[in-house]
Design a protein around this ligand. Sequence first.
Ligand code: G4P
Length: 531
Amino acid sequence: MTDKNKNNLKKEIERRRTFAIISHPDAGKTTLTEKLLLFGGAIRLAGAVKGRKAQKTATSDWMEIEKQRGISVTSSAMQFTYQGIKVNILDTPGHQDFSEDTYRTVTAADCAVMLLDASRGVEEQTKKLFAVCRMRGIPIFTFINKLDRDGKEPLELLEELEEVLDIRSCPMNWPIGMGHDFKGIYDRNLNRVELYKHGSYHERDEVEVVDGNRSALLDLLGESLYEKVMEDIELLDIAGDPFDMEQVQKGELTPVFFGSAINNFGVQTFLDHFLKLAPAPVARVSDIGPIEPTNEHFSGYVFKIQANMNPAHRDRIAFLRICSGVFTKGMAVSHVRAGKTIKLSQPQQFFAQDREMVEDAYPGDIIGLYDPGVFKIGDTLCAGANFVYDEMPEFAPEHFARVTVKDAMKYKQYHKGVDQLTDEGAIQIYRSYNSGMDEMILGVVGVLQYEVFEYRMKAEYGVDVTMQHLPYEYARWIGGTKKQVEGFAGGSNVVVRDKEDRLVALFQNEFGLRWAQERYPELEFYDTPLK
Ligand code: G4P
């Protein structure tokens, strides 16, 4: 690589920000995404990202989800340019279901925006997604939404972050009033107030700035609100956590912003601050050590496979996170697991509703590769010496079902379907170990995956399956000597084998798991597979 090319690569990396928005359904992720795209000029009209209403009715109806796929797929990763910065937003699946896809998407991000509904605080799915971010040690930024409605007190919300998520927070701005009395936000850094305007839906909000001018502020807010705000700000200055960039980078301190996405209020302010603080792509872990994004050889890994975007062609798109070097259309790369060289000839990049053929792309970018069935979740592609990224966590399923095929003549298609869906990471398959029968057990993280499985087996492979739900909720990989493990599996405990033949104990509840831990102290029970 010439010096000029090296410099160009460095420049392109520095202007990239790749993040995922993590939230519980209904917190306003779609709304926030829309507004962000609007600022980037990626869409002209809010409401274009996806049909929100339609999507909600589709929670348990896979056919509906299928219908909307064209749109939801393009929003799996979206890019826009804002003030010279290339912003990549990774969209975690929007429906109410919570699946492994959601977790995996987070691995492709360099930081996360945690979106909370001010009246609900930290909710269940936020907790789970937060845990994945924590595991990766990435910076987490918080946007507290829906201040135009009555919600919890801001201080209470900060306490909740600390108590429930064990993360300290540093408010970058502070709401003035809430609900009917919502007047605006005070920017602690710039010492100015951004006045709230209701319903500014399409346009950038006008910002009225009152530069540290306290008497003007008093006039605007009235005495009691003014007093309260001043008290809060004083309290934050004295008792709050000071901003510390190093702690933010380690994910130990979260900068907090307030606003109302639907009213487009506080969103641009958030975006401006966020892009200044958010990290550009950094080194990623591989089996030969960390790989710097500035490494001159192209590399990346597949974090998501979306199948059947066009059922007539059975096409699949593998989403690749670029981690180092420069990607150019048509380049030949090594597909490390398959031990082959492949040509990446139809790469696509995603913008709001459109996808376009991409000529070149850089670390932090997400590209979609046409997949004739050669990729698996977690696959590494690289130019230069071979190595493998170690980024893809595996998750313990929380729901299990015994699968049977209605028509025995269809076994061949059934196995083909199961293999492909396993490669895509849509399901996990286990086999019975101690029941005396070779049964297949389907394991999933989110229950909607069952419906997806059933529907796709029928639609794509022509196989009708029946599923009998099993009462297990906890899967734990068993660690111990062969003899110890066999001793456990030989008893009345339920044990299955995963695709790599590792033994996994299934428990109906936490009590069962604890009982086993006490009864078999020589064994370890892991919630992720042993490598
Ligand atoms: P999600 O993707 O996280 O599931 O949330 P989404 O953006 O779909 O927002 C969920 C609901 O919250 C929507 O209302 C949306 O309009 C509303 N919402 C988002 N931001 C704000 C905000 O700042 N203030 C208020 N008051 N509401 C907000 P909905 O009635 O379910 O849908 P719709 O009829 O508006 O489409």
